[in-house]
Design a protein. Structure first.
Length: 310
């Protein structure tokens, strides 16, 4: 009978990530003050659009909540029973991916209203430059996260199968991960650009932690996209799990997790009313993906994992 170590750093890390995934989703689901919040800030002038976006997002959040429960139960069962059959693992993972995809689709209403406001309800004096700027900083990022990324999640759920070649599964897993990093890069870079426009460059030059966060977001995440794309290209050459090197995957997960952890700790150690901005309002108060700050607990053990044995 196969003897397996009951507790490993990787298993503990995966369990903590699953718990964070569940708890952050639970908190967002039952803390409903955010429904209509931006309409109240706008003085009631965007009521229909804001409530449509928020209700759509709430419905999507129900699917993520279901995914978080399944993920947590599956991981607890795996650790407690010390084994999990491959067919069962694949089935659970596919269900989680589909539910997560539906969650991201819940953000599509925001992208649609962005197009409406940009081309049909905007100022009659808008210029080509202003339209291109809005497309680059708002419309494209929103459609990437609410339509393109869910499509990749659906494709990945379809590609994950015991009957498919290993290189196909690895390739689509890494492609989907790369798209996710691209989503975070575009969305958060846009938020930083908006913040700098409001606060001025002094907001960066006067506070070194803000400048570093800006660089980590705009340059660091972009570098992670390039690295992920390179690893994805190399993954097409593997033919069996023994050839699949987990260390690059660990670097990608660690890098993404450190992005969230750094920005969170920046506020904990250096935050205050004097540096409060739209960036922190979003990152701390409206970031449903903040659970990813626990990802380093998975990324670090993967750096020391050997290639897959089975």
């Amino acid at each position: 009978m196969e003897q397996r170590q009951i507790v490993t750093p990787l298993k503990v890390g995966i369990l903590i990530v699953a718990v964070a995934y569940f708890l952050f989703t639970l908190h967002a689901l039952f803390t409903l003050q955010w429904l209509g919040e931006w309409d109240r800030i706008a003085g009631g002038s965007l009521r229909f659009a804001i409530f449509t976006e928020d209700i759509s997002a709430f419905v999507g959040l129900l699917f993520r909540f279901a995914a978080s429960i399944i993920a947590l139960v599956a991981i607890v069962f795996y650790i407690a029973k010390k084994r999990f059959s491959k067919p069962a693992a694949y089935k659970v993972l596919r269900v989680i991916l589909v539910l997560e995809a539906v969650y991201w689709l819940g953000l599509l209403a925001t992208a649609i209203f962005d197009v409406q406001f940009t081309f049909f309800m905007g100022s009659s004096n808008f210029t080509l430059i202003s339209v291109l700027s809005t497309l680059a900083t708002t419309v494209i990022p929103d459609f990437l996260e609410s339509l393109v990324f869910p499509i990749f999640l659906f494709i990945l759920a379809f590609k994950l199968s015991l009957n498919r070649p290993i290189n196909v599964q690895a390739k689509w897993s890494l492609i989907t991960g790369t798209v996710l990093v691209a989503v975070f890069w575009l969305v958060n870079t846009n938020l930083w650009i908006s913040t700098v426009r409001q606060k001025g460059m002094e907001y960066l030059t006067s506070y070194p932690q803000n400048l570093l966060s800006f660089v980590v977001t705009t340059i660091g995440l972009f570098a992670l996209i390039i690295y992920s794309a390179d690893i994805t290209k190399k993954s097409t050459k593997i033919e069996k799990w023994q050839e699949f090197n987990l260390r690059p995957v660990g670097i990608i997960i660690l890098g993404l997790g450190m992005f969230f952890l750094w920005n969170y700790l920046t506020w904990i150690f250096f935050g205050g009313d004097y540096v409060w901005s739209a960036w922190y309002a979003w990152f701390l108060g409206h970031n449903i993906d903040l659970w990813m700050l626990t990802l380093p607990l998975v990324g670090l053990p993967l750096l020391f994992e050997k290639n897959q044995k089975e």
